[in-house]
Write a protein that binds this ligand. Structure first.
Ligand code: ACO
Length: 381
């Protein structure tokens, strides 16, 4: 039997750090509100595009695995903030790495994109279609953020991480995954202004409106992540107490605590990054996974549970058995270009671009203005 072993890992966090106090310089919010409601203290803001972040993370993961870019069979780019619809962003990573013989595909299931991509790549390895894959989770949410909306602007950050999967006859790597989607609730987390469905509908290009029902997402996320965790453990014949570490999607510390309770895993076994990076959407789980290995929380043979949810509302849980190696085979010399601005300066530049006329909602078509106030249910694009 063929397994999809995880043999390489690497991350790339942009250096500029946006604090809660930075956010309160232009939003009606406080460090106290954000910390107590979400657990977040800081997040990163990228000075480069998502393909560049993904490329550096990927080069590090390939070096870690000792795999030459020319040997990569498939690149999966998990993200909801890819640079263009056509060409896809995975092809941008392919050319930047020089991974000439790799197939290249994007997967967008919002925050679960990396994990849906992991399942896809592992399935192709198990079936013999490919021998290896580079799976990336990357987001530059800051460019698509509505920085005038405190309900969402405080929650997200930018980042990237990648893993290498390789065919193995050892029982390791991705042992099981459960995927689902609570699609009746797809309207409670929606970003208008990204994607062609919203063209000609009164929203200027580069302007986004976030439909976001935080409390409803909270409830559905806890339910779905808990159920998926229980199901994947049952499918793999693993008891909750056998799990060595939980590396969950990190949208809110209180969501994570509730999921741990329902899945019957103590919080000491949960790996947290939410306080320093916020919610990096598709990049959250792989960045946390990399940091868990780097900090010694994952060891040879560790059983790792990864529950997640995202817009759609997609949800999933994955069970991974780490292999025998926890040290990289080699390091990559690939680095981001230096950043000469603070995170607040980067955000203010994006706000300036979004807001050339004071971001007056009156500038929008009347129907769009009504929709931003929740007084009309938007028709499907
Ligand atoms: N600063 C200050 N006050 C705020 C802020 C803010 N940033 N945001 C909202 N408030 C106010 C609200 O307006 C409300 O005021 P009101 O009582 O006068 O109406 C009050 O704070 C309380 O708001 P609640 O919605 O009750 O706060 P709650 O405790 O539910 O926390 C939160 C809100 C953090 C959004 C929570 O519901 C949550 O985490 N939801 C899920 C998060 C999520 O969905 N993340 C994205 C997932 S999708 C993905 O990962 C791609």
């Amino acid at each position: 039997m063929t397994y999809a072993a995880l043999t390489g890992w690497g991350k790339c966090l942009p250096p500029a750090i946006l604090s809660n106090d930075d956010l309160s310089t232009f939003l009606d919010t406080t460090d106290e509100w954000i910390s107590t409601r979400t657990g977040m203290k800081a997040r990163r803001i990228s000075h480069v595009g998502s393909i560049e972040l993904a490329t550096v993370a990927s080069a590090r993961a390939l070096a870690c695995a000792g795999l030459d870019p020319g040997e990569v069979d498939l690149i999966v780019y998990g993200s909801c903030s890819g640079e263009e619809q056509i060409p896809n962003s995975a092809s941008g990573v392919q050319v930047a790495l020089g991974a000439r013989r790799a197939g290249a595909m994007d997967v967008n299931t919002a925050c679960t994109s990396f994990l849906y991509g992991l399942t896809s790549a592992a399935g192709m390895i198990r079936s013999g279609t490919i021998r290896n894959a580079l799976v990336v989770g990357v987001e530059v949410i800051s460019l698509g953020m509505d920085w005038s909306n405190r309900n969402v602007a405080v929650l997200f950050g930018d980042g990237a991480a990648a893993v290498v999967l390789q065919a193995s006859d050892q029982e390791e790597g991705l042992l099981g995954s459960v995927l689902g989607c609570d699609a009746e609730a797809r309207g409670i987390l929606r970003v208008r202004g990204l994607g062609c469905g919203w063209a000609h509908r009164g929203i200027p290009l580069g302007d986004t409106l976030w439909d976001f029902d935080g409390q409803e997402i909270f409830k559905r996320a806890v339910k779905a992540m808990s159920a998926a965790s229980v199901e994947v453990l049952a499918r793999c014949g693993v008891a909750p107490e056998q799990v060595d570490l939980v590396v969950p999607h990190q949208a809110n510390l209180r969501i994570i605590e509730a999921v741990a309770k329902y899945a019957r895993v103590p919080m000491e076994k949960v790996f947290l990054t939410v306080q320093k990076y916020g919610n990096m959407s598709a990049a959250t789980v792989p960045v946390a996974l990399v940091e868990a290995v780097e900090s010694g929380r994952i060891q040879a043979g560790s059983l790792v549970l990864m529950p997640a949810f995202g817009g759609g509302l997609t949800w999933c849980a994955h069970l991974l058995r780490w292999g025998s190696r926890v040290a990289p085979l080699a390091a990559s010399g690939r680095e981001l270009p230096p950043c000469d601005r603070t995170a607040l300066e980067l955000v203010n530049a994006i706000r300036g671009d979004q807001d050339p006329h004071g971001r007056s909602r009156e500038g929008l078509a009347p129907w769009a203005y009504a929709e931003t106030r929740g007084t009309a249910v938007p028709a499907e694009p």
